[in-house]
Design a protein around this ligand. Structure first.
Ligand code: AMP
Ligand code: MG
Length: 397
């Protein structure tokens, strides 16, 4: 059996995040490398695995043996790390170099020139906003700030006037942009850009593109549970597969997924960032159409996309908001459009009695969509002897 890993809790700066994805990240295979510090000498043949803290969470860069690049694996990991840190520096809600912070601090109508990277992500976020009828909204910040998703139980709820005022300041259509000069502006004071649902995916894409540009054939980059792989996992014998699974959000074990070689994977969910109000669980994903956090129902949404991790990331968040019925319509409506190269979605839903249901949507590359429903079957890894895969995290924002 491959060695799936337990996900961890992300969001180092702001509380815990849903940990939903399990990955085989070769922990044991690379242990000796770090122990002996032979990475510069053996780098190209032995590969590298690096874990870093970035984007409010942790990230993993894995380049297995025989990368295909002329550069040392440690150097390749440096380049991938730089790519992720660049995205973080530009799109984090805090920090002097952040375009997002500059925009969020400016008055309505002030034009802020942003970097081409930020521009790319904002344009993509606004596209998802339009495509999903507003379910995905990168301006959700003012509503999100009224709640504390710190796993607490609370009797406090923001007052109606504060909620209404915050909702007035939300809306992707209120982000103004000038293509020439890559300038952004808000139509209303008090708006806030929040790229937390899409920037991790983009970071993984940028890191992988950097590795590809340097001749790497096989690699995995994971940021807070959003994953992109290229090629195969030469360290996993005999499968040579990049393995992943969905952690049981309410107990032990994981749901194995099909191999994710040359794919992207993202999960959104309620696992760690939530609060309980009057016995009901509310998660950090907001339905922008009503201006409130999502209540119980959708426990997690996992998306496997044939290429883009940015798309997987945005789609996982959007489908969490849309839910099963609207999500089905959206996927079917885009089967020959956005999803013409195929996509897979696994939703975990919570029934009124608390039991979990699994719903799968698979759009194939002919535009056909299949929906199946089942009871989720969790595999519980044995404790002893087996290689324990590395934890990964999901969902910093
Ligand atoms: P993810 O874990 O990728 O689903 O991203 C969740 C984060 O995205 C939240 O913590 C918010 O910062 C932000 N967010 C919440 N609701 C939405 C939404 N409807 N559309 C876009 N971003 C959202
Ligand atoms: Mg997302």
């Amino acid at each position: 059996m491959p060695e799936p890993t337990r996900p961890g809790n992300g969001n180092i700066r702001r509380g815990l995040n849903p940990g939903t994805i399990l990955l085989a990240l070769l922990a044991a295979a690379f242990g000796y490398l770090f122990a002996s510090r032979l990475d510069t000498f053996l780098a190209d043949r032995s590969g590298v695995k690096r874990e870093i803290t970035v984007m409010n969470t942790s990230a993993n860069i894995v380049i297995p043996a025989d990368s295909g690049s002329r550069l040392e694996s440690a150097k390749l990991a440096d380049l991938a790390e730089q790519a992720i840190r660049e995205v973080d520096a530009l799109m984090s809600p805090v920090g002097e170099t952040s375009d997002v912070k500059k925009l969020n601090s400016a008055q309505a109508g002030t034009w802020i020139q942003v970097s081409p990277l930020t521009w790319t992500v904002v344009m993509e976020a606004l596209r998802w906003h339009r495509l999903t009828g507003g379910a995905f909204d990168p301006t959700i910040g003012p509503v999100k700030r009224l709640f504390h998703f710190n796993q607490s139980e609370t009797d406090a709820w923001p007052d109606a006037a504060a909620l209404a005022a915050a909702k007035e300041r939300v809306g992707g259509e209120k982000v103004l942009f000038e293509r020439e000069g890559m300038r952004l502006s808000f139509a209303k004071d008090g708006m806030r850009l929040d790229l937390g649902a899409i920037a991790k995916g983009y970071g993984a894409d940028r890191a992988i593109e950097t590795l590809l540009a340097n001749g790497v054939k096989n690699a995995l980059v994971e940021i807070g549970g959003e994953v992109r792989t290229i090629g195969v996992n030469t360290n996993a014998k005999p499968s040579a597969a990049w393995k992943a699974g969905i952690e049981n959000p309410r107990g032990k074990g994981y749901i194995p997924l099909p191999d994710i070689n040359d794919k992207s994977l993202a999960t959104s969910g309620d696992v760690n960032q939530y609060f309980i109000y009057k016995g009901k669980r509310f998660e950090h994903i907001i339905d922008p159409r009503i201006g409130l956090p999502l209540g119980e129902g959708i426990v997690s949404v996992t998306v496997i996309h044939p290429t883009s991790c940015m798309a997987a990331d945005a789609l996982a968040t959007a489908l969490t908001v849309l839910g099963r019925e609207e999500g089905r319509k959206f996927l079917a409506g885009q089967a020959l459009g956005l999803f013409k190269d195929g996509v897979r979605v696994i939703m975990l839903l919570s029934a009124p009695d608390g039991a979990l249901r699994r719903v799968d949507f698979a759009v194939d590359n002919q535009g056909a969509m299949i929906e199946t429903e089942s009871e989720p079957a969790f595999v519980v890894p044995q404790e002893s002897g087996e290689e324990r895969p590395k934890e990964t995290r999901q969902g910093a924002d």
